[in-house]
Design a protein around this ligand. Sequence first.
Ligand code: NAD
Ligand code: TDX
Length: 332
Amino acid sequence: MRLLVTGGAGFIGSNFVRHVLDASEHTVTVLDALTYAGNRASLDGLPAERCSLVVGNIADAPLVDRLTGDHDAVVHFAAESHNDNSLHDPRPFLDTNIIGTYTLIEAARRHGTRFHHISTDEVYGDLELDDPHRFTEQTPYNPSSPYSSTKAGSDLLVRAWVRSFGLKATISNCSNNYGPYQHVEKFIPRQITNVLDGVRPKLYGAGRNVRDWIHANDHSRAVLTILEQGVIGETYLIGADGEEDNRTVVETILTLMGRPADAYDHVQDRAGHDLRYAIDSTKLRTELGWRPRYADFRSGLAATIDWYREHEDWWRPQKAAAEARYREQGQA
Ligand code: NAD
Ligand code: TDX
């Protein structure tokens, strides 16, 4: 297949592109606006005969129409992805996550192109710490932030286009990803690069919030599986049983980096901060046979720390601007 991968210069999109080139015969065109979160260097070294980059916006209807017509499938990762930014400037989240997705599904419907929509477990809201249930494909939508509400809106647009227009689409909702090439604004890379800079990690509030961590490589394998074998119109939840609270994650990072486990600061909490996410990925495992390969979070984290240690040239250019945004927000 000729794949059009939106957001392919971002964290998970670039991971997916590398996975596709390694694990299949497909070719890839990346469509990416190279916002502050996109990075051309994340695609360095990939074979030019199988992978190219078009710098452009997913809300640019003529461009999207032309590219969609030239491809067999669209895999849609592009988004404004950071909750904290959405609380301070929501508008780009509406433009990209809602209007951008609308522009893409209109083009896919016109051309009859297979479409896979990447989404998040945050559309389901949050769980109490002691809730025995996890999110499933049947959990009602209940998003909390401008980011998660625009992702929920984009999911619902895709569902409506499937039902009303016969769009050949699947949707996946994944839990928190970690691994190489993640922007330094996000929790894990922020703390690793802070420690490398001799700065104490910053924990929001008491740090009891729980996230369900999955390595980005496992997410990419799941997306390719769904693209190739998923049933049109279906939603699949992706998760690797990786629940950890934020305090434990910070303490593990500090320990793995040879610092005292309590050498971090508590800073102002995030407004509306979701307490806990937890995914039940039984459907994906039983119907499509996917299994995560990164079962041990601690060793995945150790490898991620090594990657940031060895790739300062990749993250350094973004670090000062990300920390300046946190200072403005009172979270530095
Ligand atoms: P990211 O912020 O690292 O990358 C987003 C990419 O999209 C960037 O390369 C950016 O330049 C591009 N982009 C943004 N607006 C665009 C536009 N208007 N037109 C074209 N390109 C544009 O994000 P990520 O963490 O890699 O997330 C990718 C997708 O996965 C998103 O849809 C996100 O909602 C979803 N997701 C992320 C996680 C996670 O833990 N990071 C978990 C579940 C789902
Ligand atoms: O400095 C920090 N200190 C801190 O305690 C930062 C940046 C975050 N946090 C907390 C907030 C969250 O509880 O860590 C947790 C993870 O924060 P983020 O990395 O911002 O991720 P989250 O808000 O959980 O959302 C992520 O997972 C779901 C992605 O950014 C989303 O794109 C995805 O949909």
